[in-house]
Design a protein around this ligand. Structure first.
Ligand code: MG
Length: 206
């Protein structure tokens, strides 16, 4: 199982970190050991002084495929979830400065929080609205209609390089409003569905 992540896929978030808006999807991966499921608490690793949350819509790949063509891309996603791409921002900045890979800043244990999945039919698939609450206050409010690269764009692009396999995950990028976490913080991810708001993700920071 692969955890594929997309960076800088919302223009407002690219701007808040002083990054250029990319002309192609920016792809990185986390190892399966990064997964944190079942509302388990997140322990801030001791190697970072600036660990950030990034709430994202996560796609579950429904079938195997490579070089997926645009007209078939929709068939590859039947379920979505919310996830947090935890990032050691201080380590990431060091890596970026040196032109080094990001894995230690992005792929550490517990850095890929994942909620339960819901059917993609419960949301408007081209405009999925979602929110991150930190200690009860809204800190991120995203809508996938603002994605630079849509779900379908990502499936076509990623599958040129990596064979997509059933169960692979794609973290589709985070909107503006990322920020640091501290011990004791309570994070909640809310998905706006056709039948009302779903409190889909819960994560306590320890
Ligand atoms: Mg991210």
């Amino acid at each position: 199982m692969k955890i594929i992540c997309i960076g800088r896929n919302y223009a407002d978030h690219a701007k808040e970190l002083n990054n250029a808006v990319p002309s192609k999807p920016m792809v990185f991966m986390k190892p399966p050991s990064a997964l944190l499921v079942n509302d388990k608490p997140f322990y801030i690793p001791d190697f970072t002084q600036d660990c950030h949350y990034e709430l994202e819509v996560v796609l579950k790949i429904a079938k195997n495929g490579r070089h997926v063509q645009p007209e078939f891309a929709k068939d590859y996603v039947k379920e979505i979830a919310l996830g947090i791409d935890f990032t050691a921002r201080d380590l990431q900045s060091e890596c970026k400065k040196k032109g080094h890979p990001w894995e230690i800043a992005k792929g550490f244990d517990g850095s890929a929080v994942l909620s339960n999945f819901v059917s993609i039919d419960t949301v408007n698939r081209s405009a999925v609205e979602f929110q991150m609450l930190k200690n009860g206050a809204v800190v991120q409010h995203g809508n996938t209609k603002d994605l630079i690269f849509t779900f379908e764009d990502l499936i076509c692009y990623v599958s040129k390089f990596f064979k997509l396999q059933m169960g692979d995950l794609i973290y589709t990028g985070t909107p503006a409003g990322v920020g640091p976490v501290a011990i004791g913080d309570k994070l909640e991810g809310v998905l706006f569905t056709k039948n009302g708001n779903l409190d889909l993700l819960k994560c306590e920071v320890k």
